[in-house]
Design a protein around this ligand. Structure first.
Ligand code: ADP
Ligand code: MG
Length: 495
């Protein structure tokens, strides 16, 4: 797409950068500078100078379909045929170190009779999309992945979109040459993800307090020990306090033993405070579990009456394998009975192949074994992992599998996904550590959503759309983790 971004002279750019720095530092659009110096040095989060232009129709479609996605994952969890358990059990064999461990904990939790179980589960999700360019130059949003644990940037998204809206409305995008940004009808929306995520957590707290007939409970944030993106989490915590007077405590998974107690009432306690909800911003990757103690602590939290966001089972529902399976119409219709809804969902999926012993799996393995770069250049190979940096792209797929996993049976722990043909945007600029990068960028749209389900009554009690996020990265880097250092937070201008 070629849209015109502002063309500012160097003095106008300097003014703009100064405005961005002041706004970001005043409003918490920041991250810790580096891991060595987590204590005090913050830096303005990497951002784009301008919001990235996106077709309004595509954006609205992504927003409109979020509740259907929420429902799909809720129904997978509420299903009473053990479908999820069976699938997870089968991939556990091929990813023993992580999926296998989570599944083992989940089984231990199920068999635990010492503590009462919580029948409510709160899911705060983020569904990620790229804009696929078709051969005829039309565009369709296609799903990258559905995240069920530790979805990030809900708070910074509100901040960066508010920043871009402020700059736009204040005239800082007006250059010497008239651009699309000068036109009054260009809409620069603000994402309400920060407020909505906090209100979803509040819904979880209220649910617990009503159910247990108790007041003044607190929320436990389980966080990573070395987190640069702390402020994205703390902004949610402050929103909870400022709006609802709900207090929160932050601990790492290894600090659970020693700081958190569980009594015979099955409640979790932080000192004398009852914890109504455990909100995980950690425990999604093997690195988060440094020792057996970490795993034991995770189980300790699960086997309690506190509501977990997410439960182990809900976390496992976010596996790449589940995404691959529900992309098939036969499986999808098991969970979404309304034809129109399932068709809308299907339209957002690209082809995802299994690499197991099924007929389709054999076909995909054959595809890989032919090692034809023309074919494999259209695919990405994904293991059952979260958090970036795990995928294998294009011509790396064949040598990776041949060298690392000689036994083809074990390829079943991976999925082979068609690459989405996302086209770079020209004309925007990334600001990172006070350096400007006028580069082509690729943008990924995330849509936040919440469900609260009751596993006894098998009902979805709450289903909401919670705002959006745009992350952009240099178009020549395959992965774009903002905290990991390749990407930045962005926002959208709708045309
Ligand atoms: P993770 O769980 O590690 O975040 P993702 O599935 O989100 O894994 O993939 C990481 C990144 O790789 C995405 O943000 C996107 O930039 C790129 N990517 C993943 N799948 C595709 C795809 N099908 N087409 C194009 N890019 C993709
Ligand atoms: Mg991702």
């Amino acid at each position: 797409m070629t849209y015109i971004y502002p063309e500012l002279n160097s003095s106008q750019i300097n003014t703009l950068v100064n405005e961005i720095n002041h706004y970001s530092l005043s409003n918490g659009l920041v991250m810790y500078k580096d891991l060595e110096n987590l204590k005090n040095e913050t830096a303005v989060a990497p951002v784009t100078l301008y919001p990235t232009i996106l077709p309004k129709k595509s954006f609205e479609k992504a927003v409109a379909i979020q509740k259907a996605y929420n429902e799909l994952y809720a129904n997978i969890l509420l299903d009473n045929t053990n479908w999820l358990d069976t699938v997870i059990k089968s991939i556990s064999e091929f990813d023993a170190d992580f999926t296998g461990k989570l599944y083992e904990l989940y089984l231990k939790y199920q068999n635990d009779t010492t503590y009462k179980k919580q029948n409510k589960e709160l899911g705060i999700f983020r569904n990620d999309f790229l804009l696929h360019e078709n051969k005829d130059k039309t565009y369709d949003l296609k799903e990258v992945e559905f995240n069920t644990i530790s979805v990030s940037f809900g708070a910074l998204s509100t901040k960066v979109s508010a920043l871009h809206s402020f700059l736009h409305e204040s005239g800082y995008y007006k250059g010497e040459v008239k651009s699309s940004f000068d036109e009054r009808n260009l809409e620069v929306p603000v994402s309400d993800s920060l407020a909505n995520i906090a209100s979803s957590i509040k819904y979880g707290v209220d649910t617990f307090e009503t159910q247990q007939n108790i007041k003044n409970t607190i929320v436990l944030f389980v966080v990573q020990p070395n987190e640069r993106n702390v402020f994205d989490q703390r902004l949610i915590e402050y929103e909870l306090f400022n709006k609802y007077k709900i207090k929160a405590k932050r601990i790492t998974i290894d600090e659970v033993e020693g700081k958190i107690n569980k009594k015979q009432d099955s409640y979790l306690y932080y000192n004398d405070d009852v914890i109504s909800l455990v909100y995980f911003r950690s425990c999604y990757s093997p690195n988060d579990f440094q020792s057996e103690k970490s795993w034991n602590n995770r189980l300790f939290l699960e086997t309690s009456l506190a509501i977990k966001t997410p439960t182990l089972k809900m976390q496992l529902a976010g596996s790449k394998k589940i995404q691959q399976l529900v992309s098939s119409p036969e499986i999808l219709e098991k969970f979404i009975s309304d034809k129109e809804t399932s068709n809308n969902l299907l339209n957002t999926f690209v082809k995802i192949h299994p690499l197991d012993d099924s007929a389709e799996g054999k076909y995909a393995k054959e595809l890989i074994n032919q090692n034809d770069s023309k074919v494999l250049d259209n695919f990405v190979l994904k293991p059952q992992r979260e958090g970036g940096g795990n995928n294998i792209y294009k011509s790396d797929i064949y040598p990776f599998l041949k060298e690392n996993i000689p036994d083809e049976k074990e390829w079943a722990g991976y999925i082979l996904m068609e690459l989405i043909n996302a086209q770079p945007t020209k004309g925007n600029t990334i600001l990172r550590n006070n350096q400007l990068y006028n580069v082509d960028i690729l943008s990924e749209l995330g849509i936040f959503g919440t469900v609260l389900i009751d596993t006894d009554t098998k009902k979805i009690e709450y289903n909401s759309y919670d705002g959006w996020l745009l992350r952009s990265k240099l178009s020549d880097s395959n992965e774009g983790g903002v905290a990991a250092g390749f990407g930045c937070v962005d926002s959208i201008a709708l045309v």
